[in-house]
Design a protein around this ligand. Structure first.
Ligand code: MN
Ligand code: MN
Length: 470
C-alpha cells in the first residue's frame, strides 16, 4: 500500500468523519443487530397503544426479575422494581450501590403515538352507512389517515367498574375499518386545497357498517344493527362510549423493510423504538453503581400534560417512595439534591435525513440512517425557542462514554433553522436540575401511519442506553 501523504495523515487526525455503520460490522455483529430487531418488531405488533405497551413492558420486566413497588418493604442495591401509573405509564428502576443523593441515571421515552381517538359520542348513521367520529391526537397530516386499513384498540369502562378491552381490525384477518377519500375524478376542488384542509378534521369518520336492522318500525337501522353486534360481542350499549378510550390505529403489521431487511417499517415507532430499546437495556442492568431508571411515559405527543404525562408528579411520587425504601428520606430537600446530581437521556426519536426532502435539512447537521443513535444537543425551532440545550461538559462525557464502549452516535439538529422544530420531555427534567440530552433513533416519515427506522440505529440506541445506565 502506498504511504499516506501528509495531507491524508493530517485529515485523519484533524477532521471529523461520518461513516455508514453497516460497513464495518462483522457477520456476528450484523446477526446480533438483526435479531434484536425481531424482538422490536414483535413489540410494535403487540403494543400499538400506551396501555398495550405498558402490559408488554410489565411482562418483559417480570421475566427479567423486576417486581412491583408495593412488594418491597425495603430496597437495597441490586433490587429491580417497577411502578405502573394508571396502566399508561411505567417506571422501572435498578437500585445502585451508591446513594441516590449522589445522582441517578435516567433514560426516559414515551409510549403514546399520534393516532385518531374516538369522540365521546362517536356513533352515527348517514345514508346507509354507520360511522364512528374521531378526533386526532398529536401532530398528524390528516390526509395520511384515509384509505388505509385501520384497527380499533382501547378500553370501555363500564359503570359497574369493569373494563372491556377492545382490539379489533388487525388481530382478526377477516375484518378491518376504513376512512374513505374522494375519487380523483371528482376531486378538482379538493386538489386545489392546502394540505391541512384536503381532509378536514370532521371528515375523519371511520366506516364500520352498512347492513340495516330488519324492522320497518325503527329509524337508524344500520346504526342499530352495528350496535347490536357490539352488544353481542362486548356487552355494551351506545352510552358506554361516553366512558371509553378507543384509539384508531393503522392495522398494518410492522415488518422488515427493504430487500436487505436493513430497516423496520411500522406504526408508532415514535417513540416505541426508544421505549423498547431502553426497556431491553434496563433489563440487562445488574448491580449498577448509580440507580438506573427507565421511564416510559404517556401524553408526550400532546405536550406531556395530565397525570400520566411527564409534567405530572408521578415520577416524584415514585422517587419519593424509592428514597424512603432505601432509607434516604431523612435528608432535607432530598428530591432536589437527587435531581441536581442526576443525568438523563431523553430517549426520543430524531427526524432522519430524507434525500427526497433534502431541502428542509441542513445536511451538515442532520442525522442519517445507519450512523447510529442520534443526539440533539438542543431541540426547539428558530432561535432555540423552548429548547433544552445540553451542557457541553455533559455532551463531552457522553462522547467519551459512547466511544469507549463501541456505541456509534451522531449529533444533529431537527431540520434547517427556520424550517420548524420540535420538543420532547427533555426540558421537563432539565428544569428540575438534571443534565439532559435528547438521544434516540432517527426516523423517516415520522408521525405517519407507517414510519421507518434503521435496524443499525435501533441497536445502537439500545447499546447507548445500556452503557449509560451501567
Ligand atoms: Mn417522540
Ligand atoms: Mn412525536
Amino acid at each position: 500500500m502506498a504511504e499516506k501523504t501528509s495531507g491524508e495523515k493530517l485529515k485523519e487526525k484533524l477532521l471529523a468523519k461520518r461513516e455508514n455503520g453497516w460497513e464495518s460490522l462483522t457477520e456476528a455483529e450484523k446477526k446480533k443487530i438483526l435479531k434484536f430487531s425481531d424482538g422490536y418488531i414483535d413489540f410494535l405488533n403487540n403494543g400499538k397503544t400506551e396501555r398495550e405497551c405498558v402490559k408488554e413492558a410489565k411482562k418483559i420486566a417480570e421475566e427479567n426479575g423486576f417486581k412491583p413497588l408495593e412488594k418491597f418493604k425495603k430496597l437495597k442495591a441490586g433490587d429491580k422494581v417497577y411502578y405502573i401509573n394508571r396502566n399508561k405509564n411505567i417506571i422501572l428502576a435498578v437500585i445502585g450501590k451508591e446513594k441516590m443523593e449522589n445522582g441517578i441515571n435516567v433514560v426516559g421515552a414515551h409510549l403514546d403515538s399520534p393516532r385518531l381517538d374516538l369522540k365521546p359520542n362517536p356513533l352515527y348513521e348517514d345514508t346507509g352507512f354507520a360511522y364512528l367520529k374521531t378526533q386526532y391526537y398529536g401532530g398528524i397530516k390528516k390526509y395520511q389517515w384515509v384509505t388505509l386499513p385501520l384497527a380499533i384498540h382501547g378500553v370501555i369502562a363500564l359503570r359497574d367498574g369493569s373494563v372491556v378491552e377492545v382490539k379489533i381490525g388487525d388481530e382478526e384477518d377477516d375484518l378491518t375499518f376504513l376512512i374513505t377519500d374522494l375519487l380523483p375524478h371528482m376531486a378538482r376542488r379538493q386538489m386545489e386545497k392546502k394540505a391541512p384542509e384536503v381532509i378536514e378534521g370532521e371528515a375523519l369518520n371511520l366506516l364500520i357498517g352498512s347492513i340495516p336492522y330488519k324492522d320497518d318500525k325503527v329509524s337508524e337501522k344500520v346504526k342499530l344493527n352495528v350496535m347490536k353486534i357490539l352488544n353481542d360481542k362486548y356487552g355494551i350499549v351506545e352510552s358506554d362510549f361516553l366512558s371509553a378510550e378507543l384509539e384508531i390505529v393503522p392495522a398494518m403489521k410492522a415488518k422488515s423493510l427493504g430487500f436487505d431487511k436493513s430497516m423496520v417499517a411500522g406504526y408508532g415507532q415514535d417513540d416505541k423504538v426508544c421505549s423498547y430499546a431502553s426497556l431491553r437495556a434496563i433489563c440487562e442492568i445488574e448491580n449498577p453503581k448509580k440507580t438506573a431508571v427507565c421511564l416510559l411515559v404517556d401524553k408526550e405527543e400532546i405536550g406531556s400534560v395530565g397525570n400520566t404525562g411527564m409534567e405530572s408528579l408521578a415520577f416524584e411520587t415514585f422517587l419519593g417512595e424509592v428514597l424512603a425504601l432505601v432509607g434516604e428520606d431523612k435528608t432535607t430537600n432530598i428530591l432536589h439534591r437527587v435531581y441536581s446530581k442526576s443525568k438523563m437521556l431523553s430517549a426520543d426519536v430524531d427526524g432522519a435525513f430524507d434525500p427526497i426532502y433534502a431541502s428542509v435539512a441542513d445536511k451538515r447537521n442532520a442525522s442519517f440512517f445507519g450512523q447510529g443513535v442520534g443526539m440533539n444537543k438542543y431541540t426547539g425551532g428558530r432561535g432555540k425557542g423552548g429548547a433544552n440545550d445540553a451542557n457541553a461538559e455533559f455532551v463531552a462525557e457522553l462522547r467519551k462514554l459512547f466511544e469507549d464502549n463501541g456505541v456509534r452516535y451522531q449529533i444533529s439538529e431537527l431540520g434547517k433553522v427556520d424550517e420548524g422544530g420540535g420538543g420532547t420531555i427533555a426540558y421537563i427534567l432539565a428544569n428540575k436540575g438534571m443534565d439532559v440530552i435528547d438521544c434516540g433513533t432517527p426516523v423517516l416519515s415520522m408521525h405517519s401511519p407507517y414510519e421507518a427506522t434503521s435496524k443499525y440505529d435501533v441497536y445502537m440506541s439500545y447499546l447507548a442506553y445500556k452503557v449509560f445506565m451501567k
